[in-house]
Design a protein around this ligand. Structure first.
Ligand code: ADP
Length: 609
């Protein structure tokens, strides 16, 4: 599809830490134009609420004084008050002022200011400043956590610390150890290009889209698709600024290297000695990670493929076949099982090309269009990749083909069987560590599209998968929303990821998406299934489902939080963990607050109530 260039080209990696590499420049222009040409919302509108949004318990005079002080510490140019109109932008030019994929109102989750530290010492200075003024701070690395809150702080009026803009060095790549040491602003794109530039026989592991921070994604426990796809499991060593401004190194990094250097095994051995503390700095608000070690995978042969299944009812049988294949590690990576509706969405065409009726696209219409697409009129599509030398890949593919042949009509296709534009071709890249943009094509489904993820963990067992699937199907139908399920499958559990795509201009769509999330969280939890990650506005609800033993886990988290962060300045409310200062004061979202916010009631305590 040709698109005439009407928007400025995306920023380039050569001049911008979060930019796009040269090899993707053309695709970036096309993707951006295609997406933004469907926008019906204006680029920005005048702010309705007072600007800037002040931090809680802080008046304008106190705020201005505190900001002046911050400017003196960091330099005027490294502190920006958030008082301009909000611009959602798009993936490569995302804002750091609010949640570009707002599910409540655009202004409901906004910072008061954004600050750009250039050194670890400056991060410590900011933390001490925040303690002095009791102003909440909210660290982001690149801020491409789209679908989970992006760059928005959970408490509006917080000062966002945009770490990536000035702290984006690849501090080391150790080719022999196959590892690297990174600052927060290194994207998958940047790391990949540097490995190529140095001609190292190493792979990085990238999520579906490559613009995120390697460090930020790992501490948020994101996933990718090579055998190193569990990002947190493949990190090795952290350096952290604690909420009191002190600096901590975990793992072998706690043992000083010779002559004041880094420990030579910091990126070699994860737990070191004593309690393994790294875990509490993932999906938490206990520290600001300023350096992280990551393991890289030695490059190897690879073969991506897909397998189609003819009937919707094949679903539990497919899961039953996947389990032993994954447990035996015959499956080479974290494969994905997707429904055929996604064959339509990954064409980058809008829903209206396929269906102009109201409500979710009916199954028979999906069937009709799928028939003319490369995979045909099928139900589920399994995307996998095998690794190793050619002979070993051939043996693995034989085993996989044989296992799935128990389902009548199952059919394996290789990239050569499909056209160059088919989604499988982009999986070849992602599954061999080459970061791309393709996954953004989904966002053409509706105008002004944004998405939210619902991501429960389900045992890799047909009957469990069926229970969650039925809840999800029923509730999507109830709220009239297209269901896009992607199951990232391992041997014992699957991340059942539902991508809820909605039009940001429609309060009704947002409301239905929010109610859908709320009910899916509650209904799946009642069956014993919980989310692995969620948008900041649903964090309290999800955290609330992990309530075994009279909320023992949350009470433990709160004990740590209060000990490390007595002033409650660091990312209050992130992952449902509220410091004492905020706890039980109307900040928690446990009911209809997101829907109410869409009626202009705001997020957070209501002094008028
Ligand atoms: P991405 O990797 O997608 O660009 P972010 O930079 O937004 O993601 O990081 C994901 C989330 O993790 C953020 O919303 C933030 O709450 C948290 N986070 C990111 N970087 C750090 C960091 N260096 N220290 C502590 N928390 C962080």
């Amino acid at each position: 599809m040709s698109t005439s260039s009407t928007f400025p080209p995306p920023p380039a990696l050569s001049s911008h830490h979060s930019g796009l590499p040269e090899r993707l420049a053309e695709i970036g222009i096309e993707t951006k134009n295609r997406l933004l040409s469907k926008r019906t919302l204006p680029e920005s509108v005048a702010r309705q609420q007072n600007v800037p949004r002040l931090p809680p318990d802080t008046n304008r005079v106190e705020f201005d004084q505190a900001i002046d002080e911050l400017k003196q510490i960091l330099g005027e140019e490294h502190v920006a008050v958030n008082d301009k109109p909000l611009v959602d932008g798009w993936y490569m030019e995302h804002p750091n002022t609010h949640d570009a994929f707002h599910i409540a109102l655009q202004e409901d989750l906004v910072s008061s200011a954004v600050v750009y530290p250039g050194t670890v010492g400056e991060v410590q200075d900011i933390v001490r400043w925040a303690n002095k003024h009791k102003i909440p701070i909210y660290p982001i690395s690149m801020g491409r956590n789209i679908g989970y809150g992006g760059t928005a702080p959970r408490v509006s009026g917080s000062v966002v610390i945009d770490l990536g803009k000035r702290m984006n060095r690849i501090l080391n790549i150790d080719a022999e150890n196959a590892s690297c040491l990174l600052e927060p602003g290194v994207s998958y794109f940047a790391l990949y290009e540097e490995v190529q530039r140095r001609k190292l026989p190493l792979w990085i592991d990238t999520p579906d889209v490559g613009g995120g921070s390697v460090l930020g994604n790992a501490i948020d426990r994101g996933v990718g698709y090579t055998p190193y796809g569990d990002h947190f499991a493949n990190h090795c060593g952290l350096e952290i600024v604690l909420p009191n401004g002190e600096l901590l190194r975990t793992g072998m990094g706690a043992l000083p290297g010779k002559d004041g250097g880094d420990n030579p095994t910091w990126q070699s051995f994860q737990p070191a000695y004593g309690p393994y503390s790294d875990g509490i700095f993932s999906q938490s608000n206990f520290g600001i990670v300023v350096r992280m070690g990551m393991w890289l995978m030695p490059e190897t042969g690879h073969q991506s493929y897909l397998i189609t299944f003819p009937r919707d009812e094949d679903f539990p049988d497919i899961v039953e076949i996947i389990r032993p294949l994954a447990q035996q590690r015959i499956l080479g990576n974290i494969p994905q099982l997707r429904h055929v509706i996604q064959e339509l969405a990954t064409t980058a065409r809008p829903k209206s090309d396929f269906y102009d009726g109201i409500g979710p696209i009916p199954r028979d219409i999906i069937r009709e269009h799928a028939s003319s697409l490369p995979v045909g009129d099928v139900s589920w599509v399994f995307y996998g990749t095998q690794y190793g030398d050619a002979a070993s890949i051939a043996t693995q593919l034989d085993s996989i083909r044989a296992a799935f042949s128990k389902i009548a009509g199952a059919k394996m296709l290789l990239p050569g069987d499909l056209p160059p534009s088919h989604y499988l071709q982009s999986r070849v890249s992602v599954c061999s560590g080459v970061p791309v943009l393709k996954e953004l094509d989904w966002l053409n489904w509706v105008p002004n599209a944004a998405h939210l993820f619902f991501s429960p963990i389900v045992p890799t067992r047909g009957k469990d998968a069926q229970v969650v699937h039925e809840i999800v199907v029923r509730l999507h139908a109830k709220y009239g929303i297209d269901l896009f399920p992607t199951l990232c499958v391992a041997g014992r559990e699957m991340h059942y990821i539902v991508n809820i795509v909605y039009d940001r201009s429609s309060l009704d769509e947002k409301r239905r998406a929010a109610v859908l999330m709320r009910e899916m969280i509650a209904e799946t939890a009642a069956e014993g299934y919980g989310e692995y990650r969620t948008h900041i506005l649903f964090a309290d609800m999800v955290a609330g489902t992990y309530n075994w033993g009279n909320n023992a886990l949350m009470r433990f988290n709160e004990t740590i939080k209060d000990a490390l962060d007595p002033n409650g300045i660091l990312a209050p409310g992130r992952n449902g963990i509220w410091p004492k200062r905020f706890r039980g004061k109307g900040w928690e979202i446990t009911g209809t607050e997101v829907e109410d916010a869409l009626e202009g009631k705001g997020i957070g305590p209501r002094p008028d109530l």
